[in-house]
Design a protein around this ligand. Sequence first.
Ligand code: ARG
Length: 588
Amino acid sequence: MKTLLEMITSEMREAFQKAGYDEELAKVTLSNRPDLCEYQCNGAMAGAKKYKKAPFMIAEDVAAQLKESSSFEAVDVVKPGFINLKLDTAFAADYLNRMAASEKLGAEEEKEPKTILIDYGGPNVAKPLHVGHLRSAIIGESVKRIMRFKGNNVIGDIHLGDWGYQMGLIITELKKRKPELPYFDENFEGEYPEEAPFTIGELEEIYPAASAYAKEHEEYREEALHATYLLQNGHRGCRAIWNHIMNVSVTDLKKNYERLNVEFDLWKGEADAQKYIPDMVQMLKDKGYARYDEGALVVDVQEESDNKEVPPCMILKSDGAALYDTTDLATLVQREEDYHPDEVIYVVDKRQELHFVQVFRCAKKTGIVPEDTKLEFLGFGTMNGKDGKPFKTREGGVMRLENLIREINEEMYKKIMDNRTVEEEEAKRTAQIVGLAAIKYGDLSNQASKDYIFDVDRFTSFEGNTGPYILYTIVRIKSILNKYQENGGSLEGIRVLPAKDEYEKALMLQTLRFNDVMDTVYEEIAPHKICAYIYELANEFNKFYHETKILSEEDEERKAGYIALLSLTKRVLEACIGLLGFEAPERM
Ligand code: ARG
């Protein structure tokens, strides 16, 4: 169904046209003076020049056309020429009832669904997940859900970092510790063991040890680089170890992401793109896109309009090795072949922006992706600690994701136990649900591109603009709805009624904004606007709740009307948190 803004805009267009003015002027927006009106149209101001007429007069002409409209309770013209609108509450109630009758709350899906690939997560295999990967997972998951909600065919790809130097380091360290393993015997021709020569716990210890050692010992570093080279050139033993590393890590990663409520459709990685490199390089050479620069193969991507230098895309190093640019280009070749996406969205740390500018330009220029494929970089800022510096442990090390989650859950558990409404067991489970909401909402409520401060106390608070506050509100509504049903009420066949007072109307107005908000969120890829919206919605509900006797209302029809509004508000809140990637518990 049409969004509310679309409906009243088309009415306004008609009014402009009937009054003899260009209907293009009839843009309606949410009011920026909520004390005066709910919606507004400033078109008369813009028309003044064109019609050489005072804006006030134009506005009056238009308003006269809206006299009979059943959509508005008030159409006021104020100097110098604003048209201020207040919605008729029966009209609002009707809109809400139609939303309630729709499975998707009235949301329109894309008429021509697009195939959208989202590259997010991007963990590096065998290295522990750290908080830096948290943002990509959280934002990417929400973006995926938003795109899907609008009816697109969306593919989430984790794009594992599984092909780099870290693999060479692990192989080298393993050889030092267990030289007797068959992988290191060049004459071994049999089948390698099926079982990995390490557990995930050992693997997590091996990598940092090797990485630290290599920094101090040049020879060891050379060996690790050589092992990386061997792996990348198909050495059987190295490849077998690589397979073990992958199996063990991916199992562990899956567990971690599951805990975050993050789900990927594809578990592809840098390694999968390697086989596309030779043909791609050949093409770049044959078509004259690539040139040699001091032995390295590069593609120029500088454009005339640049006011900064954009260095060439690096395709091959002088020793013939592929680089980060190469892998991302080859991954695009692969994605084009497998999915022919209309759009590829990369959710990556904004410090990698230049890399993506280079890759996108190169991919477009050389025809790796068609001209009309949209390549989009959604760069996010840094998650900082309270000291304003990148988030660290108390000891100053890199905070591991699991530890961060544990810390939040413990804090949440304490708070829930303080409330003393649930048993210990339930409190533990609830703490996990609410803890995840605290983390995700804390992150997503900031515009993705901005840095933000990860503040455990604030994020876990039940008050203010937080995940727990939103959940608390949902739980409160659930409890009212349950009581209503326990007392014999039914949620079927009830209807929202015209508002009885300003509090009810305010809640109605906020609830019916859902589809307009979703359109903006979708167009701008802006999950933070969902947060801003539900925070206001929760506030309006809580104000209404404090001002209204809901369950003790004597007029049964009115009571049912309240319940219908609450039930819809709950559905909207739940749909929104679902798009953010978390859910509400039954109680808390
Ligand atoms: N693994 C990379 C990192 O940790 C992120 C990958 C981002 N995606 C991409 N297609 N390059 O920095």
